[in-house]
Each structure stands twice: as C-alpha cells, then as structure tokens.
Design a protein around this ligand. Structure first.
Ligand code: CS2
Length: 491
C-alpha cells in the first residue's frame, strides 16, 4: 500500500454507477475474468441495464477479494500496448468471497433464483477430469471428499451441489457458461457435472439430473485476451495515472474476443454491446484459438524459457523461435482447423505475431508454461493425430513436447534455467522420478507419454511420435535449443 495516496473506491470514480442486483455468479475471480467477462458485462449494463451484477468467487486466495472489498469492489483494467496505457474501472461486482472459506455460500448462491448465469474461469486444471479418459476423476481425493458431502471444494462439486439445491428449491432455469480453454467446454462441463451427480450414493442425484436435463443450459464459449499477472510496477504505474491506490489492477492487451453459443436458459447480459459474437460456430472459434494461439504460445514459452527469455515478446523476437512458431502454424495447426466464416486465417496469424510481440505487456514465459500437463492436453493430441492421418509426422508438435519435458522434467545435469524452474505443474512430482532414472530422452518421452498417458490414450500408442520427442530431447540437452529447432523445421 502506498500510504501517501487515497485508496480507490466509489468516491474516486464520479461516473461510476453501482451495478444492479446480482444476476451472475462467477467462479474464478482471477485476472482473466476481471479483464474479460467483467468488461463485457460493464458494456452490457451500460447499453442495456438489467440486474446482471456479478458475485465474484475466488477459489482459494484472499488477495484479490480483500483488495476489492476494501475498494467498494472496484479495480482498474490497464490496457497496455507499446503506444500507451488506457485505464478503465469496470465496476460490475456486487460481492466477492473465497470459496475455500465459505463453500456452503457457493452452493446457496448458485441456488438463488436471481442468479441466472454461472460463469467459470477456473483454468484447464480446475475441471477434475482424467486427461487419459476425459471423464470425471473419481480417484481425485477432492472429488471423493465432495462426493461424500464435504466442502464442496472442487468446481464440479460446487456446480453439482448448487444445482442439486436449486432443483430442490423450485428448479428455476439457469445457464452454466464455461470460459476456459477446453474444447467443447459447455458439453465437457455438462458431462462432468452429470457424472458427479450419477456417482452420488443411493441415486440421491436423480432429481438434480432430471432438473439438469430440463432446465440447465451449458453453452460453449471461446474466450481470448492475453492477461498477465499483476506486478508491483503496474500498481505504481496505475496509482500514478489514477491518483488513487489500487491494490489489484489488471494488465491486459488491447485485443479481446468472446464467441458464445446463444443457448441461455434464463436470459443473459447484452454482451454483444462489448463486442461478443453470438454464433453457432463456437467449436470452430475454439479450435482456431486453442490451437493457433494457445498451442503456439506453449511452443514459444518452452523454447523461450530454455533460451533464457523471461517474456513471450523476448522469446518471439528470437528469429529461430519465430521460425518454429511460423512452421507449427502453417504445417501442423492450420491444417487441423476449420476456420469460422469471415475469418482470414493468415490475417489471424499475423495478428497473433503482433500480439505476442507486445513488449510493454511483460507476459512471462513461466506463466504460459505453467500447468503444461493439463493445458497441453488441449493443444497437442488432436492436431498431432490429424497429422498422422495425413501420413505426416508432426515434428513441431514433437518439439513443443520435448521442450516442455526439458523444462519441467529436466535430465540430470541439464539446467533448463530460472524461467523453466519457476513453471508450476501438477505433474512435476511424477516427472521428477522419471527424469532422475530415465537413461535417455527416448525413455523419458516414453515414460511420460506412454506410461503416464500425458496426452491421452491415442498418443500413448504412437511409438514413432514418442521416439521423435525423445530424439529432440537429446538434441536440446546435448546440442542446444537452436539445433533442435533447426532439426524440427528442416524435417
Ligand atoms: C496462455 C493463455 O497461459 C497460457 O497458456 O496461452 O492464458 C492465453 O494468454 C489466453 O488464452 C489468451 O486468450
């Protein structure tokens, strides 16, 4: 806190109008939500009014919740481009709390009839499903606890328990809207919630299952905006521009996109006022974004971290990394997607390079590289399988996997550097054992992909792909990242 400054709050924003009553419950009160759905909701309410205030729920951490509560639930969004920074204060939240501290309150809020939409940004890691099968991971101790009636602490448990309560209290219709980078995120969420309810003992989920069938919609959506973590430097910069101290500002790039399937059970905010696209082609938008943007992002992050780049812009400025990014896009990602009507894929790609090069944003390779074991599941197996079907080996996808394993499961004696070391990954503990005992890259790749089923069952059986990943690991370890890029691009 900068003591010489007054704190951001309603009095600091004279044009601020308090949001109407809450109509949305949001799970995952992180930076992405605050710079994405919240901004669209502010535009919707400015254009169309409506009781669409948002109750924001953070899963575990208090930081953002405490800061927002001390600031009349306000915070600023700093739109950062090389040509300058623009600040806005969306001001759409009506409350904020921490789910781990008040799990019962999550359930009772989902059950309130005034809540008509539940939105989710809980990351790929927040859906408690087995990467190998795609089904609910009933072996996960947290899911098991939620099934026993504790918590609920998992997102799927919270949704299922909330819908069960809602069904019992009158069964008003509601929409659950996933905003995470998962393919067919609506159907995926629906399946996991259904499986949770089916697992409940003595058919106690039966009424909720019937209600879900009748009155709950799970549209899919594709979200896009690069939103890095907040830094002290950003807080100082925002304070300087705003004249008030904001403990929780959000940095974001100027670009933003939201494509949504228009299937809502009980109305929705007029998000189109903020530029949201309502379309039947969400699946195509999702594939385009999750593969071309996110898949290439992972490649850039892992190669960049190994080359010592702290940021994505620093990484993509290295000519060999740009070459690898262009090659994976053209040869392996582009052929795997069906492009939505009206989108020019080459323009889309050029725009991506401009976004990644935004050096003012400071988006860290360690942030994009975090949680690879769950994120890559969305970005790797499908396009790789499609390449095999065309009779091709996806060398650049293999390079992304090799670079990933070098970052988070480094072979003894190989130092991946500080950016790789700070990547957090739920599979790190399992990888550590592999990295310590595997004889070479081939064994490391085989044990991660075939034994751990890192990318599902299909890739686990592709011994030619696994061998290629192993070769590229050895090339990175013995000859360096640039040699591995040359090898993969030339192949
Ligand atoms: C990134 C995404 O961290 C990551 O894995 O690829 O967070 C990316 O910045 C967003 O999906 C952009 O919309």
């Amino acid at each position: 806190m900068n003591p010489s400054m007054p704190r951001l709050g309603a009095a600091a924003v004279p044009q601020h109008r308090a949001p109407g009553a809450a109509g949305v419950l949001h799970l995952g009160l992180g930076n992405f939500h605050r710079a994405h759905q919240a901004v669209y909701t502010a535009a919707a309410m400015a254009a169309d009014g409506g009781d669409w205030g948002i109750v924001g729920v953070a899963s575990r951490s208090r930081g953002v919740v405490d800061a927002m509560r001390e600031q009349d639930l306000l915070y600023s969004v700093a739109e950062i481009s090389p040509s300058g920074t623009a600040l806005t204060v969306p001001g759409v939240h009506t409350d904020a709390f921490v789910a781990a501290e008040q799990p019962e309150r999550v359930v009772s809020t989902i059950a309130q009839p005034g809540i008509r939409v539940v939105t989710l940004t809980v990351t790929e890691n927040g859906y408690s499903y087995s990467p190998a099968t795609g089904h609910l991971d009933v072996a996960d101790p947290q899911i098991a606890a939620d099934l026993r009636g504790e918590g609920p602490l998992t997102t799927i448990g919270q949704l299922a328990r909330g819908l069960q309560r809602r069904a019992a209290l009158g069964g008003e219709p509601v929409t659950i809207l996933s905003c995470d980078n998962l393919s067919e995120n609506g159907a995926h969420t629906r399946r996991l919630v259904t499986e949770f309810l089916q697992e409940l003992p003595d058919r106690s989920g039966a009424d909720a299952l019937e209600y879900l069938e009748r009155s709950v919609a799970f549209p899919s959506s594709m979200v896009d905006r690069i939103v890095p973590a907040t830094t002290d430097r950003l807080r100082d910069d925002v304070a300087h521009r705003l004249g008030f101290w904001d403990a929780a500002p959000v940095p974001a790039e100027p670009f933003t996109m939201w494509a949504i399937e228009d299937r809502f059970a009980a109305g929705r905010p007029a998000w189109e006022a903020g530029g949201a696209i309502f379309t039947d082609e969400v699946g195509r938008y999702e594939q385009l974004k999750v593969r071309l943007l996110n898949g290439t992002h992972s490649l850039i992050a892992y190669l960049g971290a190994l080359r010592g780049a702290e940021t994505i812009s620093g990484a993509i400025a290295m000519p060999e990394i740009e070459r690898a990014a262009r090659a994976i896009l053209r040869r392996e990602y582009e052929p795997s997607v069906e492009v939505p009507a009206g989108v020019d894929v080459r323009d889309y790609e050029e725009q991506l390079f401009g976004r990644w090069a935004n050096s003012a944003l400071g988006h860290r390779t360690a942030q994009v590289g975090t949680d690879g074991s769950v994120k890559l599941r969305q970005r790797i197996p499908e396009p790789a399988t499609q390449a095999f079907e065309r009779g091709e080996q996806p060398h650049l996808i293999a390079l992304a996997v090799a670079a990933y394993l070098c970052c988070v499961a480094p072979r003894p004696g190989f130092d991946p550097g500080p950016h790789a070391a700070s990547m957090v990954d739920p599979a790190r503990a399992r990888f550590a054992a592999i990295a310590q005992t595997a004889r070479d890259g081939a064994e490391c790749a085989r044990r991660a992909i075939a034994d751990l089923h890192l990318f599902g069952l299909e890739l686990a059986e592709r011994s030619d792909f696994i061998a290629r990943v192993g070769e590229l690991i050895d090339t990175i370890v013995h000859h360096g990242v640039s040699a591995a890029i040359d090898d993969a691009v030339a192949a």
